[in-house]
Design a protein around this ligand. Structure first.
Ligand code: ATP
Ligand code: MG
Length: 340
């Protein structure tokens, strides 16, 4: 079966002052029906821009310079700005694809009861009587863990806690029965207990809906809990991708992935000793020509800085943009010596 979503060669540039910044470079990944893929990267790596590009929701100073998307059998050219192209993408929103944003307040209307907003989302998809849609909205609110949904359905956004608002957002996002849900760090604004409850909601929804989930986060522990597959972004470039998350967590091949795992305390089996990656990510106007991670990489060779690194993986379902991949079992010290 062809994948639900296939994104190929997505590049986005930003116009800032007089300069052009290449915010995303040749980003590719795919997602099967019912699959959850984590899109992981540090702050500024391009996660939000990637999600927004898929729905034509980029900021006005951004341009998609290349990119193709196949969604549920239909092909979309993401590049360019023609109105008809934009309109095709816009039509996907709220029907085939739903997006859940980091900050629920910006997405909920303050003057309409939250239940009404879920009802509207339901009716966008299914022709049914309003009373029927309201019953379905209450069902969805219960599904996302709002136990007194009969009362909360008439509440306004400002009457709800952050965790409840995020649950309402999720209910509204799944109300239109999307085939794909895009999540942009939906739990970062919440405290840890509520975060865990929301993650449980996603896990339940995955079983119930068979929708694809593209889940953006900087938190590898969240990804390991929720996702089947994973794509690691660094400075607008895919470093490593794996169809099987465990494969990559057990044996990272890109030095950046390895460093990221070593610096994550919660992921089991890894990070016995907490590590901090030296240096900082390059700014967009000063990215090295070759591998963007090269200046911080312990395995760096001279050729790393020469040209863009193509996918060097030999196994299917894996994508590794590194010329000198981490070899499992070889001691770091020995390898570093050999490299010098
Ligand atoms: P975070 O984890 O902090 O949300 P992110 O991975 O979502 O980060 P993006 O928002 O996709 O990062 O931004 C990628 C890069 O592009 C960052 O360096 C950001 O500063 C820059 N950027 C994003 N939007 C704009 C804009 N409208 N104008 C200028 N620069 C932008
Ligand atoms: Mg972001």
């Amino acid at each position: 079966r062809a994948p639900l979503l296939d994104v190929a060669d997505l590049s986005v540039k930003l116009q800032v002052g007089g300069t052009e910044l290449h915010a995303l470079e040749h980003v590719s990944f795919s997602l099967g029906y019912g699959e959850a893929r984590g899109l992981v990267g540090e702050s500024g790596s391009g996660k939000s821009l990637t999600l927004r590009a898929l729905l034509g929701l980029l900021p006005p100073n951004a341009t998609v310079t290349s990119g193709r998307m196949t969604f549920d059998g239909a092909e979309f050219d993401l590049a360019g700005t023609s109105r008809s192209k934009r309109r095709r993408l816009e039509r996907l929103r709220g029907t085939g694809i739903s997006m859940i944003f980091q900050e629920p307040s910006v997405a909920l209307n303050p003057v309409i009861p939250v239940g009404e907003q879920i009802v509207d989302a339901v009716m966008r998809r299914d022709r049914m009587r309003r009373a029927e849609a309201r019953d379905y909205a209450i069902h969805l609110m219960k599904l996302v863990g709002i136990h007194d949904a009969e009362n909360k359905v008439d509440a306004y956004e400002f009457e709800l806690s952050g965790g409840l608002k995020q649950r309402v957002m999720i209910a509204a996002a799944v109300a239109s029965k999307p085939k794909l849900i895009l999540c942009d760090e939906p739990t970062t604004a919440l405290d840890v207990t509520v975060q865990q409850q929301i993650l449980d909601v996603f896990t339940d929804l995955r079983d119930e809906l068979d929708a694809g989930l593209l889940y953006v986060t900087h938190d590898l522990a969240v990804v390991s809990q929720l996702c089947d597959s994973v794509t690691v972004l660094y400075s607008g470039n895919v470093m490593e991708s794996s169809a099987d998350l465990r494969d990559m967590f057990d044996a990272p091949r890109h030095p950046y992935t390895e460093a990221l795992l070593r610096s994550t305390p919660d992921v089991d089996r890894i990070g016995r000793r907490l590590y901090s990656i030296p240096g900082s990510a390059p700014s967009l106007d000063d990215r090295p020509r070759g591998c963007p991670f090269a200046p911080r990489c312990e395995y760096r060779h001279d050729d790393c800085e020469e040209a863009r690194v193509p996918d060097k993986s030999t196994s299917s379902g894996r994508e590794v943009h590194c010329l000198h991949q981490v070899q499992q079992g070889v001691s770091r010290v020995a390898l570093t010596k050999e490299a010098r």
